[in-house]
Design a protein around this ligand. Structure first.
Ligand code: NAD
Ligand code: MG
Length: 390
């Protein structure tokens, strides 16, 4: 029986993963070890009972009594707190879904890699924050990381069986989000509700706003660089409003392999779940004649400065990925709280990186967890101070 754990089970990716496991036979077919979540205790407990999980963990200590009550008599162990989530990742499993949002996914992911097995990585922030450390840990412990971002799953699929030395470029697509055609003036007035309303994908709140600002694509540029080890100048972004082509890989003979699929994360999750085989996944099949048009355009880095910042981060490497992601998380918190405007998010991230670079805080490489966590914390502090002074 294949064993699985889902970190961030109650989120958008977690729910889609749960859906595939349930459709694939649930507790009859998979032995579920750990499920983790946040404050949605009812849902976490429901999932743990249905999959007969070994342990359910909430990120919040104060939610522990509710979780214990909800799982009374079920035989499911319960625990709470960030430490308990990381400890749950020490329980060996064949397949782990890393779907916590934010840098909080880094440590559980690293711990999961230490028992080998497969890490299905939706948590792109961990690659941006500590790409070299994550890849080295997987290598050292004989673990496999499979990308679960739709674009990176697409690149992975397009590269399978190919000669990597012949890759000329990798293109990841972006829908352009809800503000694709807004001018800068209008973007300055964007509300939270407008930023969350993604035209094509249904996702968690944070990644939806990151899609509107293209910080999501910025993280994905760095993710591409770190995961596939491709030179930054070979990585491109194309705006593709239909979200049908997820990525393209161009080879030295002029051919391009494109990956097409519906805007449903269960494709990328299912690919990682069945890998190295392919298995059935219940996503809608594309009707290309009905879709009729696929269009592409160059992104506007003036209105979406996150893309330019990502290029700088890919060049600088070191601890700048950790600082970039952390500053972006603070900027997002501030926008969600209504304290800064939509365009101020990028200004805040840029200013944080500039201050840290001036203090020479970013030059060490991202191979050591303590250095990474320190850079993450310093960036959060710096960004918070900058906003405080605005
Ligand atoms: P979400 O907000 O819907 O869910 C996040 C999950 O993480 C929840 O279970 C939540 O309880 C848990 N969580 C949040 N903060 C936590 C913390 N500090 N400690 C422990 N657990 C915490 O997010 P999502 O949209 O499912 O995204 C999850 C990850 O997958 C993100 O890294 C995102 O970038 C990536 N991703 C998502 C999509 C998508 O379609 N939703 C696509 C590609 C990649
Ligand atoms: Mg993506």
């Amino acid at each position: 029986m294949r064993s699985v754990s889902i970190f961030g089970a109650t989120g958008s990716i977690g729910e889609s993963t749960f859906d595939l496991i349930r459709r694939g036979g649930g507790a009859e077919v998979y032995r579920t070890v750990a499920l983790t979540g946040g404050r949605n205790i009812t849902r976490l407990a429901e999932m743990a009972r249905e999959l007969r999980a070994e342990i359910a963990v909430t990120a919040h200590e104060e939610c522990m009594p509710a979780l214990r009550d909800a799982l009374q008599g079920s035989g499911v162990e319960v625990a709470a707190g960030a430490g308990a989530i990381a400890d749950a990742a020490d329980r060996p499993v064949d397949w782990t879904m890393s779907a916590i949002v934010g840098a909080a996914g880094l440590v559980p992911g690293l711990r999961a890699l230490r028992h080998g097995g497969t890490l299905a990585l939706a948590n792109k922030e961990s690659l941006v924050t500590a790409g070299p450390l994550l890849m080295q840990t997987a290598h050292d412990f004989g673990a496999t990381i499979l990308p679960v971002d739709s674009e990176h799953s697409a690149v992975f699929q397009a590269l399978t069986g190919e000669d990597r030395s012949c890759v000329e470029r990798v293109i990841i697509t972006a829908s352009g989000g809800p503000f694709r055609d807004w001018d800068a003036e209008r973007m300055a007035t964007a509300t939270l509700a407008e930023a969350v309303a993604h035209p094509n994908w249904s996702m968690g709140q944070r990644i939806s706003i990151d899609s509107a600002s293209m910080f999501n694509k910025a993280l994905e540029l760095v993710e591409t660089r770190e995961f596939f080890g491709i030179d930054p100048e070979k990585i491109e972004v194309l705006v593709h409003p239909q979200s049908i082509v997820h990525a393209l890989v161009g080879f030295c003979d002029g051919g391009i392999m494109a990956h097409l699929g519906p805007a449903d994360m269960r494709h990328a999750i299912g690919f990682a779940l069945h890998w190295p085989s392919r298995g059935p996944v219940p996503v809608e099949r594309l009707d290309l004649a009905r879709i009729a048009n696929l269009s592409f355009q160059t992104p506007d880095e003036k209105r979406f400065p996150a893309l330019r910042l990502a290029r700088e981060v890919m060049e600088a490497r070191g601890l700048s990925g950790a600082a970039f992601n952390a500053a972006k998380e603070i900027a997002l918190d501030q926008f969600i709280a209504g304290r800064i405007t939509f365009p101020q998010m990028a200004v805040l991230v840029e200013e944080t990186l500039a201050q840290m670079a001036r203090r020479n805080d970013l030059s060490r490489d991202a191979a050591n967890l303590d250095d990474v966590l320190q850079a993450d914390a310093a960036a959060r502090r710096t960004a918070t101070e900058i906003v405080g002074a605005w």
